[in-house]
Design a binder for this molecule. Structure first.
Ligand SMILES: Nc1ncnc2c1ncn2[C@@H]1O[C@H](COP(=O)(O)OP(=O)(O)OP(=O)(O)O)[C@@H](O)[C@H]1O
Ligand SMILES: [Mg+2]
Length: 369
């Protein structure tokens, strides 16, 4: 449609709306030209699916947002338009829902295969002979772009903050390497034994530097099946030097090794932020317990610290961007954690410990095999 045609069409629509005399109290009572206007001009996609996910109704806004015509979508499965990574997780989540409406994020595929980040709110409407899902979905790509920018800057800031501890961790193996090289230069025997120790020391340096590079590298989101133990172990390795400098012990209690469909780099960043916060609350030493277990269809990880705990007035503000009580903090850490969990259909709960400190509880859906 040309711009002139479009303007004429809009004028016609407006004129027909003005001529309607009505006294409607609900959407169902609105005269049909008005319903049509809402359908054609809404920014959100409104849809109705049968309980097996087949699309029964979809507003014409789908053409503007995803490029499909309503007719080509009607009668097809709603799952066809989702990124394949989201399908098993959402299917599983819908099975156990008790409270409606449900709000969640997902990635839709437009008619050219491009990924569009969307937010939806869905309700289950139960009638005598059938039940339906009714929902609205909107494009939140702009919001996501801003989040990505914050995400990248937080990544770099975390890498910078960890660098001091890591430099320290690398200095020890370097000192011993230098010592062995000097011994070999001096013509010492038992060289083979020293070579083995030297290789071990170099491997230590390799592990820690590659972890640092991994977390600071800006990578596109890439969800793959991963196991929780390995990701947590990598994070503990990375933060070990900082913990040792502060005389903090990190313990790791493992439950069943849950499989998660996730972006490895993001999940690591989530736990780095939580453990780093715990460390920052314990400048004079103590203990951080990482307790992982499976509960129903969720993998739960508790990060338990022995810090001062969180006062009630602070609790409500914790997940807000830029809220910080630290001189050097950006106040983005927990907000990033919440976003990462949103993308992974998980949640973050903050609990007060009975004795001292707090527990940051992460729950994420286990990927069904
Ligand atoms: N384990 C914890 N115990 C007590 N307070 C905490 C804990 N974790 C976070 N907080 C509080 O929440 C605030 C926000 O944390 P967040 O991680 O979002 O930002 P930050 O740590 O201040 O800065 P950044 O993470 O960007 O370096 C912190 O400033 C602190 O007051
Ligand atoms: Mg923090």
């Amino acid at each position: 449609m040309s711009e002139d045609d479009y303007k004429t069409e809009k004028k016609k629509q407006a004129a027909s709306l003005n001529s309607i005399d009505f006294d409607a109290r609900s959407l169902a009572e609105l005269p049909s030209p008005m319903l049509q206007w809402i359908d054609q001009n809404g920014f959100d996609i409104v849809f109705v699916c049968s309980n097996d996910g087949m699309i029964q109704y979809i507003s014409t806004s789908i053409t503007r947002l995803l490029g499909y015509l309503p007719d080509e979508v009607l009668g097809t499965s709603s799952l066809t338009y989702l990124d394949s990574c989201d399908v098993p997780i959402l299917k599983n989540r819908f099975k156990s829902v008790v409270e409606w409406p449900q709000r969640f994020h997902f990635t839709a595929l437009d008619n050219r295969g491009k990924h569009i980040w969307m937010e939806a709110s869905i309700s289950l409407i139960e009638e005598e002979d059938a039940s339906y899902y009714v929902g609205v979905a909107k494009d939140v790509s702009d919001k996501k772009e801003i989040e990505e920018m914050m995400f990248r800057s937080e990544k770099m800031s975390v890498a910078g903050q960890l660098a001091a501890g890591i430099a320290h961790e690398i200095r020890n193996p370097l000192t011993s390497l230098k010592g062995f090289l000097q011994l070999i230069q001096a013509g010492i025997s038992r060289k083979e034994e020293y070579y083995k120790i030297m290789v071990d020391e170099i491997e230590k340096i390799e592990t820690i530097t590659s972890e640092l590079l991994f977390i600071s590298k800006p990578v596109a989101e890439n969800k793959e099946p991963e196991t929780i133990h390995e990701m947590l172990q990598d994070v503990i390795t990375l933060l070990y030097s900082q913990a040792r400098l502060q005389n903090v012990q990190i313990s790791f209690e493992k439950g069943a090794n849950s499989r998660l469909l996730c972006d490895r780099s993001q999940i690591k960043q989530l736990f780095i932020n939580l453990i780093k916060n715990a460390l920052e609350e314990m400048p004079n030493g103590g203990k951080i317990d990482i307790r992982q277990r499976e509960e129903g269809s969720d993998c739960i990880v508790d990060v338990v610290d022995e810090g001062p705990g969180i006062p009630d007035e602070v609790l409500a503000k914790l997940k807000e961007p830029f809220f910080t009580t630290k001189k050097e903090g950006t106040g983005l850490g927990l907000m990033i954690c919440t976003q990462i969990l949103e993308k992974h259909h998980g949640a973050l709960d903050i609990l007060r410990n009975d004795t001292k400190g707090s527990t940051f509880r992460v729950s994420m859906p286990i990927t069904p095999i």
